[in-house]
Design a protein around this ligand. Structure first.
Ligand SMILES: Cc1cc2nc3c(=O)[nH]c(=O)nc-3n(C[C@H](O)[C@H](O)[C@H](O)COP(=O)(O)OP(=O)(O)OC[C@H]3O[C@@H](n4cnc5c(N)ncnc54)[C@H](O)[C@@H]3O)c2cc1C
Length: 325
């Protein structure tokens, strides 16, 4: 990519700050990640749409980042235009029993708005860090609830047909999955449908969920939430704990002593360290139980396994014998 040409063109659009070589470690909860070739932080919805239209027309690789709480970014960084939603898509409007919000709004903020308006249904989300956009893509969930239950519609930028509204059903939410992962769609805003509830009860449920989280997860250390999906009916954390992996280290990446499905950055961990630890865990769990763990965290970057690495070719590069079926 001709970085200077791209940055100059984006700056001339005057949609927000444009940086080159911005370390993505500043934008991820893992505090890991090399530089973005170009990083742009549009201030409003029209600006994001203008940037997206332009990168599409120029056939440039691009990537949307919310709060970076569910991604592992390559140490080499990404040769792409990284577009942040965390500045521009921040509006939220409560019209009981719905809330319409930009995809850059923090999930915790939405929960507080719901609580204040006496709207129930989002209590599960109170301690999930990240933006509404990230939560839609991941169908984020906890405490038995998930986004699928509350999403009425999403305003998307579709690389093929432009800005349009899709229904929650069209997003095809499944366990930590959605159509956003397989389509050239960017979530711009969403309408959530909640139910009238008792504010005191809503608050109590949220408080309970937050306390549970503090007791059971390493919230004070840099991490990216659950590393592997639960291979139902098993729980990834239980399988990893059973192989005795708590405290395992590769460099400064360490399996949390509090919750075995969390890898924490105990200092200067690199993506290379985290990948090494994930491979080790995955291999041992497979050897001992026959269960193949699949990552929940999303890999961003060319990878150590070659260009356009997905998790699968990262594993293949190591040839750990655990090919995806
Ligand atoms: C301590 C901790 C606890 C966690 N607990 C949970 C939990 O209980 N349950 C759970 O589900 N998750 C959990 N997570 C993971 C994470 O918080 C969620 O997946 C969250 O919804 C991700 O939001 P984000 O803004 O950080 O997304 P990012 O990490 O920035 O992005 C995630 C993916 O979504 C894409 N994306 C982001 N925004 C958009 C958009 N607007 N349009 C299209 N694509 C977009 C990105 O390209 C990327 O592929 C936890 C993470 C941490 C650090």
């Amino acid at each position: 990519m001709d970085v200077e040409r791209v940055a100059t063109a984006l700056r001339s659009m005057e949609v927000g700050e444009v940086k080159t070589g911005e370390p993505l470690s500043r934008h991820t909860s893992f505090r890991i990640g090399g530089p973005a070739a170009v990083f742009v932080d549009p201030k409003h919805l029209d600006g994001i749409v203008a940037v997206l239209d332009w990168v599409r027309d120029e056939h440039l690789p691009y990537f949307i980042i919310g709060q970076g709480t569910n991604i592992l970014v390559s140490d080499q960084g990404v040769d792409a235009v990284v577009i942040s939603t965390s500045r521009g898509l921040k509006d939220a409007e409560v019209t009981p029993p719905t809330i319409r919000a930009g995809s850059g709004v923090l999930l915790t903020k939405l929960c507080r708005l719901a609580e204040k308006a006496g709207l129930a249904g989002l209590e599960f989300a109170i301690s999930i860090p990240g933006t509404l956009g990230g939560a839609l893509v991941m169908n984020a969930g906890a405490h038995g609830g998930a986004m699928v239950e509350v999403v009425e519609s999403v305003l998307v930028w579709d690389a093929i047909s432009g800005v349009r509204r899709i229904s929650g059903d069209e997003a095809q939410f499944q366990y930590r999955q959605s159509r956003f992962m397989h389509n050239p769609w960017i979530a711009l805003e969403a309408t959530l449908r909640l139910e009238p509830g008792d504010p005191a009860e809503i608050r109590a449920k949220m408080q309970h969920n937050m306390e549970y989280r503090k007791r059971s997860q390493p919230v004070g250390e840099p991490n990216a939430g659950s590393i592997f999906k639960n291979p139902l009916p098993h729980y990834a954390g239980q399988l990893i704990q059973n192989i005795g992996a708590k405290g395992w280290r590769e460099g400064d990446a360490m399996v949390s002593e509090l919750h075995a499905n969390f890898i924490v950055n105990a200092g200067q961990a690199t993506a290379h360290d985290v990948l090494g630890l994930m491979r080790r865990i995955r291999r041992r769990v497979y050897q001992e139980t026959g269960v193949v763990l699949r990552p929940e965290v999303r890999w961003i970057g060319p990878g150590e396994g070659g260009a356009d690495a997905t998790w699968e070719n990262l594993w293949y590069a190591e040839d750990d014998g655990l090919r995806e079926p």
